[in-house]
Design a binder for this molecule. Sequence first.
Ligand code: GN1
Ligand code: MG
Length: 366
Amino acid sequence: MTQPAHAQVLAVCDRFAFEGAVTDLKVCGNGHINSTYIVTVESGKRYILQILNTAIFKDPTGVMNNIVEVTDHIRKGLAAHGEDTERGTMRVIFTKDGQNGYTDEDGRFWRAYDFVENTVCRLTVDSPETFARVGEAFGDFQRRLSDFDASKLIESIPNFHNTKKRYADFLAAVARDAAGRVDSVKDEIKFINDRADKCSLIVDALESGDLPLRVTHNDTKLSNILLDEVTEEAVCIIDLDTVMPGSSLYDFGDSIRTGAASAAEDEPDLDKVHFLPEMFKAYARGFIKGTGGALTEREVQMLPDGGYIITLEQAIRFLGDYLDGDTYYHTDYAEHNLVRARTQLRLVAETETYMDELREFVKGLC
Ligand code: GN1
Ligand code: MG
């Protein structure tokens, strides 16, 4: 769908219960799925306004209901312990008629949040201390939701981290060759096919009960946590669209994929892309601390697999989308998904060389 005109976005703002007239409106963000604006009102107060991608999130009202339930639960927990209820979790802004979102005349679904001030979001992080704090925050997020009633949640994207199914979908994309690109990425496809057996590791363990199902975030990349712009403390976890029952390993893993890497997810120069074992270790310590000791021994043992498998899964998704002609992710240039996929594959290859060291390390954390 085309992007709406400025005047149309202003008209949408009027539907939401913002405190005052809009004085500024800016496009923002680096999300691959939704489109984001920053809205400022007379008092200087700011809001996030987003178009939720309904080609991907088929039940937008259900997604918003998930987010309201989860953030209310977290907010109550923060309040009970005298913690920061303003910045500690997202706050959904309802429409003037009390809905959790608004569908415009062209069918776009809009939703709004308070803007969390004095924070930054990063694509990479240098300091192990900062990354450990991110780990603690994502672990803490899981801990806070450990007593949340999962039956209140809809599954916003079915089979989201079913890596086995992701691989099957990838094979179908290769067979379709919709954009005629298969011949140009034979090496990448082979690299993935050679690791097909890895795709079932977490999924099978969840199915057999070897790993527990928890309420998880499912999109824990580094840019989905806001850090205090001065202290780099982890302030607020954002992008709750995919909060669903899932595995702690995927949450652990997606932060590793993005934060234990020396370059951004779409770094075109592969010589700059390295897996950073010390960052893995810092994050693991933080994450385990944040969960408050809730992880089972099996989960801790499999933390290295979490990072490894989600990086492979992400490569599969980016390359699959490239083969399909870039229908899922926002892209900034023709080869963007291929660049992203290659970066992930480089990380997969490097992680393999560290697996023994990582397994030895997590043994000490059990
Ligand atoms: C998407 O929306 P965003 O940019 O936070 C994607 C994640 C991927 C990520 C890769 C709903 O996240 O699963 O890991 O891109 N979200 C969805 O950067 O598919
Ligand atoms: Mg997202």
